[in-house]
Design a protein around this ligand. Structure first.
Ligand code: C2O
Ligand code: CU
Ligand code: CU
Length: 558
């Protein structure tokens, strides 16, 4: 199906269901003056570390007494939270029990290209896909969701979205609020029909504005969600898992809260703010200190109203509307938590002047990058592995586009707010604005994506493939002067490499079958041999890349 056809189909689907009524009237609207109205205790999704992930059309009791049709993962809505530690191996068997193809993308996680959830790796109905890769990145709040070709929005919206939390020792040592004081908050706006079923039927206007719900669920909790808290510090890991809605996160009494992290983990230092924008797929890791409140006090986590240029689509709750998200009731005392350390993490800053390549991405309409919409088989950019690049993203449209890059965390060149510091994988690009990001692919080679994270825009084709690869044309010499001679090969603990004298400094890389770089050595000009230690790497076949030369190395230990 081409994109134009897809667009027509969604348009028809929209016409068919345009008469459906939403049931926002079923749910009492909370109001600031009438605290407390909240009636639904905040749900916390189950936590897993991998294993079977069964994607299936099931029902789930989102609203009390009503079975809602969803796409669940392991019968959970939203999907379970995956929680792992840096150094762990993430292994999963993904079973597709849907009647259509699907695939899961691990957003923000460094995964091999073939396991990253690219739509070309779709899992057919009834099939199982086994994956396994090491968690090699820093601690942070990541997430996962459907990435099916032209079907990401619907599948993610119907339930295929969950959190993916990575811990590490460095973060642990900071003594941030944990256990019952660390709460995941996955925010998603939905529309329900009068039978309590989820509506997903975007019209042409919705494809442009993005599908906006009128009912905001936190972790799938029905509206008027509350959390009873102690008068101490809490860490909230907030993921905006909405198709298109941006939130302007704040406390209802206007008090400060502290941003400690965002998309790619902890900031360098905490930032006290009274509000922070959170576009689709962005994350905010915040600490709220309830120690100044008395038992019985109530306040809300809310989204403040903000100006938004795009049209409203068919939704009744406009983009930028004020929304109460979660009511906090202070119901008990607790020891005052540790102060937040003034230094949270070390982040080496990239400099534009060090970038070896510049690339530009021009966004237009709701579906074009550099005037083209997505073609699953077309590679639009070849990005050299290991090289610092500056990407300039220019928004030539009237819509805001939160742009996301797979396989990497980047740095925004001129962040305009504290939440844009540190490592990011989504950047909000205002209408007619230009943003520059600096990035370097240092983990895997292979095909990855850049796209708008308004899921309707992604499905319409505001997405582009790029391929991370070794720079220069790799020579495959099997004999003659230019080859790398390896002995012994197979190697056990080490191998000696002999090659023609290097004309300039070159990087020697050992790459495994998934494309992951296992080791890197810089070899100076004039060098003609090298001893490569292989005692710490597992048995298997590896590629050796040295400048323009490539060779195969087998590691075989008893
Ligand atoms: Cu969260 Cu390619 O997406
Ligand atoms: Cu991603
Ligand atoms: Cu967009």
């Amino acid at each position: 199906m081409n994109r134009r056809k897809f667009f027509k189909l969604s348009l028809q689907a929209g016409l068919v269901t345009a008469a459906s009524q939403n049931v926002s009237g079923l749910f009492a609207k909370s109001s600031k003056k009438d605290i407390p109205l909240a009636t639904n205790a905040l749900r916390i999704p189950p936590v897993i570390s991998g294993g079977d992930l069964v994607i299936a059309p099931t029902t789930f009791e989102i609203n009390s007494g009503i079975q809602t049709n969803v796409i669940s993962i392991n019968n959970s809505f939203p999907a379970p939270t995956i929680r792992l530690k840096k150094g762990d191996t993430f292994s999963a068997q993904i079973k597709n029990n849907l009647t259509e193809p699907t695939v899961i993308h691990w957003h923000g996680i460094h995964a091999p290209s073939t396991m990253d959830g690219h739509p070309r790796n779709a899992i057919a109905p009834g099939d199982t896909f086994n994956l396994s890769y090491p968690i090699i990145q820093r601690a942070g709040t990541y997430f996962y969701h459907s990435h099916a070709d032209m079907n990401t929005a619907k599948q993610s919206y119907l339930g295929m979205t969950g959190m993916f939390i990575v811990e590490d020792d460095e973060e642990k040592a900071l003594g941030l609020p944990s256990g019952e004081f660390e709460i995941p908050l996955l925010i998603q706006d939905k529309r329900f029909d009068k039978n309590g079923q989820l509506i997903y039927a975007p019209t042409t206007a919705d494809m442009s504005a993005g599908w906006l719900g009128d009912t905001v669920l936190i972790n799938g909790t029905p509206p008027n969600a509350f959390l009873n808290v102690a008068n101490t510090m809490y860490r909230f890991r907030i993921v905006n898992g909405s198709n298109a809605r941006t939130y302007n996160i704040a406390l209802s009494d206007g008090k400060q809260f502290t941003i400690i992290g965002n998309d790619g983990g902890l900031l360098e230092s905490p930032a006290a703010v009274t509000s922070a924008m959170l576009a689709p797929a962005e994350r905010l890791d915040i600490v709220v200190d309830f120690s100044g409140y008395s038992i019985g006090d109530n306040l809300f986590l809310k989204s403040l109203s903000f100006f938004y240029s795009d049209g409203p689509g068919s939704g009744t709750l406009r983009q930028g509307a004020e929304i109460d998200l979660l009511q906090f009731t202070i119901d008990r005392t607790a020891a005052k938590g540790n102060p937040i350390p003034a230094a949270l993490s070390a982040i080496t800053k990239f400099n534009s002047s060090d970038a070896v390549n510049n690339r530009s991405f021009q966004l237009s309409g709701h579906q074009y990058i550099n005037s083209q919409s997505f073609d699953i088989n077309r590679i639009d950019n070849h990005v050299p592995f290991g090289a610092l690049e500056q990407w300039t993203i220019t928004n030539l449209s009237e819509s805001v586009h939160p742009m996301h890059v797979h396989g990497v965390q980047f740095q925004i060149v001129n962040p305009t707010q504290p939440s844009e510091g540190g490592w990011k994988d989504v950047v909000r690009i205002e209408s007619f604005a230009t943003v520059q990001v600096l990035l370097r692919f240092t983990e895997y080679t292979g095909i990855y994506l850049i796209h708008c994270h308004i899921l309707e825009h992604e499905d319409m084709g505001m997405m582009s493939n790029f391929q991370v690869e070794q720079s220069g044309a790799v020579k495959h010499e099997t004999n003659g002067q230019n080859e790398i001679v390896i002995f012994p090969n197979p190697a056990s603990d080490h191998a000696f490499l002999k090659f023609p004298s290097l004309e300039k400094e070159e990087m020697l890389m050992l790459i495994d079958i998934t494309g992951r770089v296992i080791s890197k050595d810089i070899l100076g000009a004039g060098i003609t041999d090298h001893k490569l230690l292989t005692d710490k790497i597992s048995n298997g076949s590896y590629r050796i890349i040295l400048g323009n030369y490539e060779a195969e190395l087998i590691v075989m230990r008893q």
